[in-house]
Design a protein around this ligand. Structure first.
Ligand code: PMP
Length: 418
């Protein structure tokens, strides 16, 4: 594939940073190589004697001496090499990408960093972009300043609908020149934020084929991959990527820690190289300490231990989902409708008989003691009103979930009489 058409003129002007390139070379340099190229501060002057992290009685991280120095020092932009290797192994284990050798990975500061970086190297002002509707609000927030034309593909309970994707693209391409065709299809396939859908494999295959037909890069933003409630793990777009067009964004935020800020972008080498250059010049790299801690824990867990952990996470969220759905059934039946989430941490509801949940939630909801997100946030076209609400069931206690739905019902009811 020729990736040059995907790289915007701004990104294609970006030169590598020699210091960052040499830092990368140092990772594989002959032992004993004297490094005087970088502006590395001397770790002897860092005020840390040791760092200890305890997961449980068996899994602990103790850093001192040279291991601690590495964890406190600059690292290559692509990532702390042992973590990057481990994450590539995990990608291979879980997705077996057909074009694995033509792809590369960069440790990101969570998937949001990967997302903004990828959009930053591809998008140009006014570009058409394919997105699901509704769509992750912070993806819109990154794209909005480019004033793109959102080719919004409505979702149903199983996520983005291939037949609608095809007809939207056919229509667009019949009335626009070749240069005005979209380059990106953004999708958040597992436990979709905000709808909780999990796109089934067959649907993904159809979407993938359409992406091939229209030569689109698929940005597979999948931070809830381990938070689905299905029998089998989803088959990712990456795992069906025979033409090397998927950029997969992984995140440790939902299963490890959202504050530790570690994710992984994996995709075609030329695109990851562009993300690397952008990262070289902006944030240099993801926190070394975070990367070392994640690596040490993954190393001690081993692949089986990691899977054990993600199973626990899934069970926890499945239980929360069930609590949320029962509370909604109890208090909101007749006031709202929803699909039972198949993954993720959100219940997406349509409030019946109401045009605008924005007013309902921002004016009356907060006063009554409930904060929920109005559906408008997730809509590519925010110039009109919407009857949707997104409720998160991840952190509220059992009692609060129930109470929250009681207040939601009261808020919805009070909205009808305004
Ligand atoms: N993508 C989606 C769909 C999300 O819901 C989130 C978190 N809200 C992110 C990306 C960003 O996650 P992080 O940067 O913490 O990995």
């Amino acid at each position: 594939m020729d990736y040059s058409k995907f790289i915007n003129p701004h990104a294609s002007q970006r030169n590598p940073s020699l210091i960052r390139e040499m830092t990368q070379m140092l990772a594989t340099a002959e032992p004993g190589t004297i490094f005087m190229a970088g502006g590395f501060p001397n770790p002897e002057m860092f005020p840390f004697e040791s760092v200890d992290v305890r997961v449980d009685a068996n899994i602990q991280v103790h850093l001192e001496g040279s291991a601690l120095s590495a964890a406190l020092q600059y690292q290559p932009t692509l990532g702390y090499p042992p973590l990057r290797d481990e994450l590539k192994r995990l990608i291979y284990r879980d997705h077996k990408p057909p074009k694995f050798d033509d792809m590369d990975g960069l440790v990101t500061i969570g998937s949001q960093h990967g997302l903004s970086g990828i959009f930053g190297v591809i998008l140009q002002n006014g570009d058409p972009v394919v997105v699901p509707q509704p769509v992750y609000s912070s993806a819109l927030a990154i794209m909005d300043p480019y004033r793109p034309v959102y080719l919004a593909v409505p979702e149903d309970s199983l996520g983005m609908q291939p037949a609608l994707l095809k007809s939207i693209l056919d229509k667009w391409s019949s009335s626009n020149s070749h240069e005005q065709l979209p380059k990106i299809l953004y999708v958040n396939p597992t436990g979709t934020n905000p709808t909780g859908a999990v796109i089934p494999t067959e649907r993904k295959r159809e979407i993938y084929q359409i992406a091939e037909e229209y030569d689109l890069l698929i940005i597979e933003d999948d931070p809830y991959y381990y938070l689905h409630f299905e029998e089998d793990d989803p088959v990712s777009f990456l795992s069906m990527d025979t033409s090397c067009r998927v950029i997969r964004l992984e995140s440790f935020s939902k299963v490890f820690s959202s504050g530790i800020r570690v994710g992984f972008a994996f995709g075609p080498k030329p695109i990851i190289r562009q993300l690397e250059l952008l990262t070289q010049h902006t944030v240099l790299h993801c926190s070394s300490l975070s990367q070392v801690i994640v690596h040490r824990i993954l190393e001690q867990w081993g692949p089986a231990g990691f899977t054990e952990h993600t199973k626990k996470v899934k069970a926890f969220y499945r239980n929360r989902r069930n609590l949320m759905v029962s509370a909604a059934e109890k208090h909101l039946t007749g006031l709202a409708v929803w699909d039972v989430p198949r993954g993720g941490m959100f219940l997406w509801m349509k409030v019946l008989g109401l045009k605008d949940t924005y007013q309902m939630l921002m004016q009356r909801g907060i006063k009554q003691g409930i904060m929920l997100l109005p559906g408008k946030e997730f809509m590519p076209d925010r110039s009109i009103t919407y009857p949707y609400v997104r409720a998160s069931y991840s952190v509220a206690s059992h009692d609060d979930i129930d109470k929250g739905e009681v207040i939601s019902a009261r808020t919805a009811l009070s909205s009808y009489i305004y």
